[in-house]
Design a protein around this ligand. Structure first.
Ligand SMILES: *Cc1c(COP(=O)(O)O)cnc(C)c1O
Length: 430
């Protein structure tokens, strides 16, 4: 099939994320990727090599075709790519679980593997509900979160996504009614806001008898609006959860594995949750895999019930190929180079993006770790912004009023400069 034929079949047959069917515009064809770059066929420019400013939505932290991850995939294919997990186990899963427990903050001693981030959040919420049910407190079945969050697109995660971004009005009466605090006040370094802390206190106290858990993205809200907040609010949530017998879930699916400058974002606050979700960069962006970690206390609560088993078991649970690649990704992270790389990228993003703060149409510029965000005072013209970024040499995927980057950690300073120039070009036409 020629290029035009491929793109027309794609447009009329294949659904894309958050897209209409059939799509009004064709997608761009990717032919290959290596290092920090993807090779893309652009309708105007032909085949171009672009720096991937998105790292395939936070996940490809080591870039593409990394030799260590490629070798792990090939070696594992020579043994088995999958085997069921009911009654069977294998070394890739055992090693990965052991390493996640070691890396995770606090006492997160047990690991439940699943196939994606959304399912990891489903499992986290189910763990908390079943914990209280098993302990004879069935009224504790609601979740508290703050507005502006994103936890995935399946049903339970949707109920704790930002009510407006998640379009809750579409689903009124169908989604569980959760408890929402306001969006956390902006700024990683901003002074904690006493009125906001009081709001968190009063919401948790008022609903404690009905609350199974508090669920938030620590330090950085991702797809819900790319906002950063002071880690002090996380310490408040930890204290409130302890005081009122509520569990605390951290969704580290976007923030985990170094993205914010700490290995897990919880470390910025110096506390640990009772349940933690990981995904996205877990396999270095090679395959879809999520995991939910919990403390012995959470597991013991479930085990105390009339039905002592956790009622969940995905077909592709702990997929050996994904687990082997995740172990290789952790091998690369274990060298510790990510920490200097993220600090270097943070500096590059700051120097490249801060001049944009005064540009027309720009409302805010913010950087934390290997995340750079330019917020406009209007919604982005995605088609125009994408074309401008591609002409400047980078792949970006803006949404709402946000042009942002989450680059692979192996980006050179030149590649980061290409990304920030592309963001500037996109902001100028958006
Ligand atoms: C992406 C994301 C999810 C959902 O993960 P999927 O793998 O897309 O299902 C959940 N929570 C956060 C914070 C995310 O960034």
């Amino acid at each position: 099939m020629d290029l035009a034929g491929l793109l027309e079949t794609d447009r009329s047959t294949v659904w894309h994320p958050y897209a209409a069917m059939p799509a009004p515009d064709p997608a761009r064809l990717v032919t290959s990727a290596s290092g920090a770059c993807i090779d893309v066929v652009d309708p105007a420019l032909g085949l171009v090599r672009l720096v991937d400013g998105m790292a395939s939505w936070w996940s490809a932290v080591h870039g593409y075709r990394h030799p260590v991850l490629d070798r792990a995939a090939t070696d594992q294919l020579g043994k088995m790519s999958h085997v069921m997990f009911g009654g069977l186990t294998h070394e890739p899963a055992i090693h990965l679980a052991e390493r996640l427990v070691e890396l995770a903050p606090g006492d997160l001693a047990h690991v439940f593997f699943s196939d994606s981030g959304s399912v990891a959040v489903e499992v986290a919420m189910k763990m908390c509900l079943q914990h209280w049910l098993s302990l004879g407190r069935p009224s504790k079945r609601r979740f508290l979160t703050w507005r502006g969050g994103y936890h995935g697109d399946t049903w339970s995660p949707m109920s704790v996504c930002d009510p407006e971004g998640g379009m809750h009005h579409h689903w009124s009466g169908l989604l569980a009614q959760q408890v929402f605090a306001d969006v956390p006040p902006a700024g990683f370094d901003a002074e904690p806001d006493e009125a906001y802390r009081a709001q968190l206190r009063s919401l948790v106290a008022a609903d404690a008898d009905d609350l199974a858990a508090i669920i938030v993205e620590p330090v950085m809200q991702g797809a819900g609006g790319m906002r950063f907040h002071n880690p002090a609010y996380l310490r408040d949530l930890r204290a409130l959860a302890d005081e009122h017998d509520v569990l605390l879930i951290f969704d580290e699916i976007a923030t985990g594995f170094g993205r914010t400058g700490a290995f897990f974002a919880a470390e910025h606050a110096g506390i640990a949750p009772d349940v933690m979700c990981v995904g996205k960069a877990l396999t270095g962006g090679y395959l879809s895999m999520g995991a939910t970690l919990c403390t012995p206390r959470v597991a013991a609560g479930i085990a105390a019930g009339e039905v002592p088993v956790l009622a969940h078991g995905p077909t592709f649970m702990a997929n050996p190929l994904a687990a082997a690649i995740a172990n290789a990704s952790l091998d690369v992270l274990d060298t510790g180079a990510w920490s200097a790389d993220v600090a270097r990228i943070e500096a590059g993003l700051r120097s490249g993006l801060s001049p944009l703060a005064d540009a027309p149409g720009v409302a805010d510029v913010r950087v934390l770790g290997a995340v750079g965000v330019v917020q406009l005072d209007h919604d982005v013209d995605v088609a125009a912004a994408t074309a401008a970024a591609i002409a400047a040499g980078a792949w970006l995927r803006p949404f709402r009023d946000l042009i942002y980057t989450t680059p692979p950690f192996l980006c050179t300073d030149e590649e980061i400069a290409t990304i920030t120039a592309a963001i500037a070009a996109a902001a100028a036409v958006a």
